[in-house]
Write a protein that binds this ligand. Structure first.
Ligand SMILES: [Zn+2]
Length: 320
């Protein structure tokens, strides 16, 4: 068998972007499995959710958003620290950049390494990489929840931390009046999960319980199409949980019997490929996912920092 190209390095085709108006003043941009983004209008300001990988990429999104509203961006909310979601922040001209307090620490600890790692894995997303002025720093952090009054009859936007999941510091943005949830990478709809920086047990348990308990009527996940309707939202959460639980069962069994990481990868791949193998970035993510879960099972509490070098080592060990 020919070696697989590293991560998504050979996946360079443009994805089609779709802007959807989910309710009055509530927008989502999806991109066929590439990272989703959103925006919520207040009476005289905008809240943007996620910032894309570079200012150049973010400006393209903002140009589309500006066809609907010219309100200034007061808040830019970052669901977590990953480079392809935060490094476009400078394009927004936001007054306040909001993230979880742990996200701030993760940017300080591993932001530089993650930047190199992610741009190497997914060069397509790193549109005009020289336009990134440096790391993105939150100017306001929260530990549990925060609320933004939108004004008029628009209700409020709640930012909530639901526990460790895709990273140590994911937050979701919830519109209780419209019942719309921006879930970040805690939920993926018809896209493979990236769990290389995850806490699989917390995520598959209490954190997804917290997502489900909101009983959203529409959900914008980290990747994939917008999910509409109670049944579809529950199905997206269930599918995310199933992916995690399948990994836990398969990788856990190999770990428990004293097998190797490579055997664990083969077992997880075999169990997931029929249901999830056709989804975007499945082959890309799985080596990093299994590697992190293996560490978690081995008692490594916090995810090991991914560097461009470590990415290649793990890839060569598992995918070739
Ligand atoms: Zn992420």
């Amino acid at each position: 068998m020919a070696a697989k190209p590293f991560a998504s390095s050979a996946d360079l085709g443009e994805k089609e972007q779709t802007l959807e108006v989910l309710a009055d003043g509530v927008y989502a941009l999806t991109a066929q499995g590439d990272p989703n983004i959103g925006a919520i209008e207040g009476e005289d300001f905008l809240v943007c959710f996620e910032a894309l990988a570079t200012p150049t990429a973010a400006r393209e999104w903002l140009a589309r958003l500006r066809e609907h509203t010219d309100k200034p961006v007061r808040y830019l909310v970052l669901s977590h620290y990953h480079a392809v979601r935060v490094l476009g922040a400078s394009a927004f001209g936001a007054d306040v950049i909001v993230a979880h307090e742990k996200t701030r620490g993760l940017i300080a600890e591993r932001g530089e390494a993650d930047w190199a790692s992610e741009f190497g894995r997914m060069p397509r997303l790193a549109k005009d990489p020289d336009s990134v002025p440096g790391l993105t720093w939150p100017t306001m952090t929260l530990s549990d929840r925060a609320s933004i009054e939108l004004g008029g009859d628009r209700g409020r936007l709640e930012l909530r931390y639901l526990g460790r999941g895709h990273t140590e510091g994911d937050i979701v943005a919830w519109l209780p009046q419209q019942r719309i949830l921006f879930a970040g990478d805690l939920v993926e709809a018809e896209a493979a999960l990236y769990t290389g920086d995850a806490f699989h047990y917390d995520w598959a348990g209490s954190t997804l319980d917290g997502v489900a308990a909101l009983r959203a009527e529409a959900l914008v996940g980290g990747r994939g199409p917008v999910t509409r309707g109670r049944e579809a939202v529950d199905a997206a959460v269930a599918q995310t949980r199933d992916f995690l639980r399948t990994m836990i069962v398969e990788v856990g069994a190999v770990h428990a019997r004293g097998g190797t990481l490579k055997e664990a990868f083969a077992a997880a791949h075999a169990a997931l490929v029929d249901g999830y193998g056709h989804w975007p970035i499945f082959e890309h993510c799985l080596p990093f996912d299994v590697s992190r879960l293996w560490d978690e099972l081995s008692g490594t509490e916090r995810p090991v920092v991914w560097t461009a070098e470590r990415d290649r080592e793990v890839w060569d060990r598992l995918q070739s």
